[in-house]
Design a protein around this ligand. Structure first.
Ligand SMILES: [Zn+2]
Length: 415
């Protein structure tokens, strides 16, 4: 029997799961601080696994810690339609970023269970590990590993600020799964996410049809200098690694301003140094920066400028520079047929909608490498995100959810 287009989200049931999540890893008022593979992340994972079990899903955990809940299809030999996002948050994160997408997948399964609809293809929901990169850099390593971008050993070796590696922490919280990471056929991937930008909220549009993601390039840069006294050491004898990193980060910000008229962004995100004390020059520092632009060629040009700025900063501070890691994502358009499907469902359901790109990084970007992929955005107040004031309502999420549900079911049921 066909899944009736009149079905709508059980917004109260969905919201009760969102509220339960908002109690785990509480951060600043109204927000969450649920860093990847922390005790709070474990508690959230345990609850998610319990919910998956109650919804009749077969749960597996892969060796990168990503959790999959599978609902069998009528023809279970077909590749699954995958729906998900992430349950980890930034240090000062909100309650919705990522979480809405994972729990929307769960609610979708519950909605299918309500009417006993078995889709032709299996449906899997997923919580990707460490999307944020707030504790282990870079972000989106688990989906990147699933899509063949990163080797598992390299992912396991990512260090945290607080000492243990990604692999250590997976083991400690009991989520080092036995399922191989990726290497299997996926029919398609859908991710619902709050927009994390102001457009839908400002224009009072209910659903964002995401066409593609900004091309983004990031770098982790290390500078080495020499400790010395801040008093007697002559200016021309200084090798202050803190200064080198500071110069780089200012230069990167300048690149952002240069491209801002066309929507370019460049970010000085992080600076750490040692000893980082008064009275002494630092001999070591690390900086993290990134650039992004809607036009892939422009993003590439910005990235070249960022790399040139590394050498310039090192020269100006008489330090040695080393780029320890780089990453890139986005710049690919999402699958045209899936984007059209999402737009058509928004129309059929009578919701206002508009096309827009994603400017933030998402696990979906890596999934484009292995299967047709798309995203659906829902409004968030004033576009505030990665902040405890991040806010949306069940009324604002519901239209995007309904579009997700009917798109996924149509995709899973197609002949
Ligand atoms: Zn997110």
């Amino acid at each position: 029997m066909a899944f009736p287009i009149t079905r709508r989200m059980d917004a109260d049931r969905f919201w009760s799961t969102m509220e339960a999540s908002a109690q785990i890893g509480v951060g600043r008022e109204g927000g969450l601080s649920r860093l990847a593979l922390s005790d709070a992340d474990k508690a959230m994972r345990d609850l998610f696994v319990e919910w998956c079990g109650q919804a009749g899903l077969a749960v597996t955990v892969d060796a990168a810690g990503s959790i999959f809940g599978r609902r069998a299809g009528a023809d279970d030999s077909l590749p699954p339609v995958l729906v998900g996002s992430h349950l980890d948050t930034q240090a000062n994160g909100g309650r919705f970023d990522g979480i809405a997408g994972v729990l929307a997948g769960l609610e979708l399964v519950r909605a299918l269970n309500d009417v006993g609809h078995v889709t032709r293809r299996p449906i899997e929901i997923v919580n990707w590990t460490n999307e944020e990169g707030a504790r282990f850099s870079p972000p989106m390593v688990a989906s990147g590993c699933f899509a063949g971008q990163y080797a598992l050993d390299w992912v396991h070796a990512r260090p945290s600020d607080d000492g243990p590696t990604f692999g250590d922490e997976l083991k400690r919280i009991g989520y080092l799964g036995e399922t191989p990471v990726g290497g299997r056929s996926i029919d398609s991937y859908f991710e619902l996410h709050i927009e994390q930008g102001p457009v839908l909220d400002a224009e009072k549009v209910q659903v964002g049809v995401v066409t593609h993601g900004y091309a983004s390039y990031g770098a982790l840069v290390e500078f080495r200098g020499e400790t010395a006294h801040t008093g007697p050491t002559p200016m021309d004898k200084r090798h202050n690694a803190l200064l080198a990193a500071a110069r780089l980060l200012v230069a990167v910000d300048d690149i952002g301003w240069e491209y801002s008229a066309t929507g370019g962004k460049a970010t000085a995100a992080r600076l750490v140094a040692w000893p980082n004390k008064p009275g002494i020059l630092s001999d070591w520092s690390q900086a993290v920066c990134d650039v992004r632009h809607d036009d892939p060629d422009t993003a590439r040009a910005m990235a070249d400028r960022m790399h040139a700025a590394v050498t310039e900063a090192a020269t100006l501070a008489a330090c040695e520079a080393k780029i320890l890691d780089t990453w890139e994502w986005g710049g690919r358009i999402f699958d045209r047929a899936l984007v059209n499907l999402v737009r058509r469902k928004a129309q059929e359901l009578g919701y206002s909608h508009r096309d827009l790109p994603s400017q933030a990084g998402h696990d979906a970007y890596f999934m484009t490498r292995i299967c047709p992929t798309t995203m659906i955005f829902t409004p968030c107040k004033d576009g505030i995100t990665h902040n405890n004031a991040e806010f949306t309502t069940k009324e604002e999420i519901s239209p995007g959810f309904d579009v997700l549900m009917h798109s996924v079911v149509a995709q899973a049921d197609r002949g």
